[in-house]
Design a protein around this ligand. Sequence first.
Ligand SMILES: [Zn+2]
Length: 275
Amino acid sequence: MPELPEMEAWRRALDDPVSAFPIEKAGPAHVATLKTFDPPLSALEGRRLSGAGRRAKRLLFPTEDGELVLLVHLMTAGRLRYLRPGEKGPKTPAFRLRFTDGAELVLTEAGSKKRAGVWLLTPDAAEAELSHLGPEALGLGAEGLGEILGSNSRRVHALLRDQRLIAGIGRAWANEILWQAKLSPFALSTELTPEQVERLAAAMDEELSRGLELREQGAKDAAVYRIHNRLGEPCPACGTPIARVDFEEHTIYYCPTCQTGGRVLKDRRLSRLLR
Ligand SMILES: [Zn+2]
């Protein structure tokens, strides 16, 4: 799933193009993709977008007149493409916006499961839709992070991914951030020392900024992730093979030397069954 660096790179790339011309036609949209029916998509036609915004992993496209907001959540497999006038696109996208110059913004989703979503909302409804989200991960700082960690006793990998507490991090960047911070993914959030909290806050900023910069340059996963999806490859810091463990439906990657004092983490679902 695209996370904060990926979505923010997208936002920056789309900000100018989507506001260059008014919308000529909004839709069609796949019945499972469009999550709202009032106001209808046609309400966008003739209006101009003011640009692209972002909250957590969602993109927001407010209209220039301040009356409507188009909200897009790509989930795991959704992809947005901006097609210049005349550029060939997919035949049946999950959602399409056509601008008066002939350019299009199209949402596609691989696979048969339609999980990506598009919402057309009033600004108040958009605010309500986003109100459950925690503060943005990038720029949160040690103080803000410390408060969140201290008030929720959770495994730190799971806590970082909880959008209600911190917005924008998923499993890939949680792996990268915890490796950079030299912290165990299973460390309990309430047991981190002030020095570890500082390190984690710094790692969040460093890693999300590094990811954003690389994604803006068009870098693919293999050039971006150093730990995520690298089972058995040498840790970039110490050379130990990267290990992985399954936890809460997620696969966590980590370096046993840099992060867990040489301990190999056990799959907790399995150990529960064997107990
Ligand atoms: Zn290492």
